[in-house]
Write a protein that binds this ligand. Structure first.
Ligand SMILES: Cc1ncc(COP(=O)(O)O)c(C=O)c1O
Length: 389
């Protein structure tokens, strides 16, 4: 029996690097001080926070004072969207986003709609990309915030962030531009300075760091209303005793992910192409939802019309291959994916969609094994479907 496990659900979460686990264990055991305490133990914990902040700031090319630690991508998105919209309410009540955002962007926006904000939801083209011109057309003198994700977590489409920012800033430099970079950080270049981003969300567990920690980059001068009130930590924007082990784990995971990054990304593209072309050869009736080479290196979504995504998922699980039917955050609901719906994917393809997401830790051997098993599992299910229909 083959015992290889192939984890291809890295958009949901990734396996932490062993070095990250070790470092977090060490900090929990040895550096348990509260970063706000005035004694030596507090000072040591504070230095862990500031050096972790510094690592992330350097990678992003920003100032360390512009990094706010949060509990993850969901909180960073909520803090940016609710915080900025409410802080600048006097400027206007119009917000712009896309129909294919993560629920941690869509849901806070829906809450804001209940408070009287108006939200424009831009639709992508058939490959899941937002045409920058659509942003230009949606801007009004009342627009205060535009929130657009960098890489889509279900289909891997990449938004033209720099072009969108230029359009926004040309039209009205006061409009604030937030980017959910949870799926792109370490896989594609992310630079707030070069891409004209005012606020940017990150989550550590998507790049082999711990769960429950993330960061919000907030450009100096951009203000927000906090979601929590408390002890004044993180410049009062996100109070709560600092999670020292997780902050250190996040910084270390970022550093390790950026080591030899070019080669790791090249490998991801070749793994993605290997699986897609192998399925294409064996099952030409399957269809790719979203982009191929133009997409992110690690996420792609394939529909097997006539089959059910969930059945494929469990059949692959029998071979220790782990995939997803869409966003893990929605996997307990039976609602078809709002992202695929926005691409006008037909009903059969919606039901037969499977998301594959790779990571820096996957190996060539795993990819060969997975491609082979995916094809045989699909062939089996197809045969069964033909007999029963
Ligand atoms: C694009 C995107 N944004 C935000 C999130 C939420 O991040 P977290 O799980 O850290 O709350 C996710 C993860 O599911 C995501 O894929």
């Amino acid at each position: 029996m083959h015992t290889m496990e192939v984890y291809l659900d890295n958009s949901a979460t990734t396996r932490p690097y062993p070095e990250v686990i070790q470092e977090m264990q060490r900090i929990m055991a040895e550096e348990y001080g509260n970063a706000s305490s005035l004694h030596r133990r507090g000072g040591r914990a504070e230095r862990i926070m500031s050096s972790s902040r510094q690592v992330l700031a350097e990678i992003l090319g920003v100032k360390s004072g512009e990094i706010i630690f949060t509990s993850g991508g969901t909180e960073s998105n909520n803090l940016a969207i609710q915080g900025i919209a409410r802080r600048y309410r006097r400027r206007g009540n119009h917000l712009i986003t896309t129909a294919i955002e993560h629920s941690s962007v869509l849901q806070p926006l829906q809450q804001l709609e209940k408070e009287g904000f108006e939200v424009t939801y831009l639709l992508p083209d058939s490959k899941g990309v937002i045409e920058p011109q659509k942003v230009a057309e949606a801007l009004t003198p009342r627009t205060v915030l535009v929130s657009i994700m960098h890489v889509n977590n279900e289909i891997g489409s990449v938004q033209p962030i720099s072009q969108i920012s230029s359009i926004i800033k040309n039209e009205n430099p006061e409009v604030i531009f937030h980017v959910d970079a949870v799926q792109s950080f370490s896989k594609l270049p992310v630079s707030p300075e070069e891409q004209g981003i005012d606020a940017l969300s990150l989550s550590a567990h998507k790049f082999h760091g711990p769960k429950g920690i993330g960061a919000l980059y907030l450009r100096e001068g951009v203000l927000l209303n906090p979601l929590f009130w408390g002890g004044g930590h993180e410049r009062g924007l996100r109070p709560g005793t600092e999670n020292t082990p997780a902050a250190a784990g996040m910084a270390l995971a970022a550093r390790l992910s950026f080591n030899g990054r070019k080669e790791k990304i090249r490998r991801l593209y070749s793994f993605k192409e290997k699986i897609i072309s192998s399925i294409e050869r064996e099952h030409p009736w399957a269809r790719l939802n979203g982009p191929r080479e133009e997409g992110a290196p690690h996420i792609f979504n394939i529909s097997f019309p006539g089959l059910k995504g969930e059945i494929i998922l469990h059949a692959l699980e029998e071979h220790s291959i782990y995939v997803s039917t869409g966003s893990a955050c929605h996997s307990d609901s039976k609602e078809p994916s709002h992202v695929l719906k926005a691409l006008n994917v037909d009903k059969d393809s919606l039901e037969g969609a499977v998301r594959f997401s790779l990571s820096f830790l996957n190996t060539e051997e795993e990819i060969d094994y997975a491609a082979d098993r995916i094809n045989s599992v699909i062939a089996e299910l197809k045969k069964f479907q033909t007999i029963t229909s």
